[in-house]
Design a protein around this ligand. Structure first.
Ligand SMILES: [Zn+2]
Length: 124
């Protein structure tokens, strides 16, 4: 196996972008309506329920839910968006790694890749 390059430009870009993606998570935030536990609650007495947020996520192949305090909702929304940014970043890494490899190993590119032709005639 080839020796790992510690600080390649692609790796640096990856690390820099990753650091701007905190907080990050994968899961889904859902708003649910539930009755509360307060006695004689006017809202519940009217039949209206209180909005609550739940975060659902997978843990060891099992679906789990956690109650989300209201103050955490905007933070978790940002974390979900950052999770999607990281996912897009990961998709970009395949082509980026291959481009980097090809740039460093021009002689080893496959036969399908054409060698850039030298311009013999200059346009005027
Ligand atoms: Zn209530």
């Amino acid at each position: 196996m080839k020796q790992k390059k510690i600080d390649s430009p692609v790796q640096q870009r990856f690390r820099d972008k990753l650091l701007t993606c905190w907080p990050a998570l994968k899961g889904s935030l859902a708003r649910v309506y539930k009755p509360c536990i307060r006695p004689h609650c006017g809202v519940c007495a009217r039949g209206d329920k209180h909005p609550n947020y739940l975060l659902s996520f997978a843990e060891k192949d099992r679906r789990r839910c956690l109650y989300v305090p209201k103050a955490m909702v905007p933070i978790l929304k940002r974390a979900l968006e950052n999770g999607r940014r990281i996912e897009r970043l990961l998709y970009e890494m395949g082509p980026a790694l291959l481009r980097e490899y090809r740039a460093q190993n021009p002689a080893q590119t496959g036969p399908a890749v054409r060698v850039k032709r030298q311009r013999s005639k200059s346009k005027s």
